[in-house]
Write a protein that binds this ligand. Structure first.
Ligand code: NAD
Length: 484
């Protein structure tokens, strides 16, 4: 009873704190109006925060993961984040310029004017998952800050060192009216997304998304959902198999497969499947001659996720799959202390295996054969819409069939994951993999209110005929206008 009371009190305090922050942030955004220099300065400070503290960031990630490849962290959580922030900074002046639009005929002829002002929404709540704690907290700020908004960030409870460092660095580089950080798990998250933010950005799992939408609906808060799912890879018999295998395994082993865009399963033309499996093994061996003591190979975030991945393997094996463990000779992962797990290929899968329904989010790769490209396309279309979709091959006809015949958040041809690095293009999902986007111009628009501002003609003549008492003038006008 007492602890419930305490819980209620804590929730009440958190609600109050969040509501105060939102109020302050909204007022600050409104009073600043369109101030390009201030927006650029804010993005600059995010860039400085990341560059000046990159070593601390790499170490925090290492602590949270057990082991996290330092180069992997620098490439994804720092470089990958900087690149989109710098792109936003370079372009925000152009994006934020009011856009002139045509006025309804004949008002424009009489001096009426229409324009769009891109106004900040106000205070944006950002909920962050554990797999790229810095990239997913600070990367969206390119879009959010270029549109003139303020932010409250809630990092993941699974990465305590990264979350604490995020909070500390934000306090050092920003005023609370600019960015604030709220630490906590799902309960804090639930309170967080029940607040009257002007927009919520949730990056996380598809299974949690409905509760985020339900909470946000109470306050009519618009939501951008950046979710996950099963991103398929199609390998045609026209693909260069060696190059294909290297690119797939590089993507699959980056962060040990714990990436929303990681290739989740392969659909391979039967004619080349044996050769591809051989090349996948070689590519892995070449990148990781050792794994346990290899700093380039990252760990699985925690025991819960290792158990989840092992149960996917057990379930598949029990139902008749063939598991190929891609571990270096002589390495024993059972006694390994950093929480690493070797990559696996899984052959002879069936639809009733959890590995074919759940997002894998780890270094396991099912390989499924197809006879004809249309079979692969239908396989994908019978399942929820994925975040990423990858096609390897040199046939333009097949490439076109895949791009036109499927719906996914984005597509990469002859690579995996790489489309997220194209800063000039939006990144987001569709259907079960998300809604809304950030990066590029579309990201700016996603976090702006496109406000139409119409300035009426000073002349009475064109307007007079539209008001009662109606006469011949309005009739003539409507006769002209109501035509096919
Ligand atoms: P998660 O959904 O469990 O948690 C994400 C965040 O939401 C955490 O901060 C968590 O505390 C919070 N949360 C959990 N339950 C909540 C609730 N009921 N109400 C409010 N907040 C709640 O996801 P995760 O395990 O941290 O991350 C992995 C998932 O995220 C994968 O599905 C992955 O594909 C996806 N992801 C997507 C992208 C993308 O950009 N599309 C990027 C990274 C990860």
């Amino acid at each position: 009873m007492e602890s419930e009371l305490k819980k209620g009190e804590t929730k009440g305090l958190l609600e109050k704190e969040l509501q105060n922050l939102i109020k302050k942030q909204r007022a600050a955004a409104l009073s600043e109006g369109i101030n390009i220099e201030r927006r650029m300065n804010r993005i600059d400070r995010v860039i400085s925060l990341l560059v000046e503290n990159s070593e601390q960031i790499v170490n925090a990630l290492k602590e949270d993961f057990g082991h996290r490849s330092p180069e992997g962290s620098l490439a994804t959580d720092i470089f990958g984040t900087l690149s989109s922030l710098k792109y936003a900074k370079r372009n925000l002046r152009k994006w934020a310029r009011p856009s002139k639009r045509r006025s309804l005929f004949p008002l424009g002829l009489f001096g009426a004017k229409t324009r769009i002002e891109y106004q900040p929404l106000g205070s944006v709540g950002v909920i962050v998952p554990w797999n790229f704690p810095f990239n997913l907290a600070f990367g969206p700020l390119g879009s959010i800050f270029s549109a003139g908004n303020r932010v409250v960030i809630k990092p993941s409870e699974f990465t305590p060192s990264s979350s604490d460092l995020t909070k500390r660095l934000v306090l050092e580089y920003f005023e609370e009216e600019e960015i604030s950080v709220i630490i906590g798990g799902p309960e804090v998250g639930a309170t967080f997304c029940s607040q009257p933010f002007d927009h919520l950005l949730f990056t996380g799992s598809t299974s949690v998304a409905p509760s985020i939408l339900r909470s946000a609906a109470e306050n009519l808060v618009p939501v951008t959902l950046e979710l996950g799912g099963k991103s398929p890879v199609i390998v045609s018999d026209t693909a260069d198999l060696k190059r294909t295998a290297i690119r797939i395994m590089a993507g699959k082993t980056l962060n040990a497969g714990q990436i929303c865009l990681a290739p989740d399963y392969l659909l391979v033309d039967k004619k080349v499947s044996e050769r591809l499996v051989r090349e996948l093994k070689l590519a892995t061996k070449h990148m990781f001659p050792t794994m346990i003591n290899n700093p380039d190979y990252s760990s699985i975030i925690n025991q819960r996720h290792r158990d989840r991945l092992n149960s996917l393997l057990d379930d598949a094996e029990r139902k008749g799959a063939e598991l190929i463990e891609l571990k270096p000779k002589g390495e024993n992962f059972l006694t390994e202390r950093q929480g690493k797990m070797p990559p696996y290929l899984v052959l002879s899968t069936s639809d009733d295996m959890a590995i074919m329904t759940d997002e894998i989010f780890g270094p396991i790769l099912p390989v499924i054969e197809y006879d004809h490209i249309q079979e692969a396309i239908s396989f994908i279309n019978e399942r929820p819409r994925p975040l990423g979709l990858y096609f390897f091959g040199s046939s333009k006809r097949e490439e076109e069939a895949v791009v036109q015949g499927t719906v996914s958040g984005g597509v990469a041809i002859n690579d995996v994951i790489a489309h997220i690095m194209q800063d000039d293009a939006p990144f987001g999902g569709v259907g079960d993999s998300g809604t809304g986007s950030y990066h590029g111009y579309e990201g700016f628009i996603n976090f702006s209110h496109s406000k139409t501002v119409f300035s009426q003609t000073p002349y009475e003549f064109p307007l007079k005929i539209t008001r009662p008492p109606y006469g011949a003038g309005i009739r003539r006008f409507l006769d002209i206008m109501i035509r096919k």
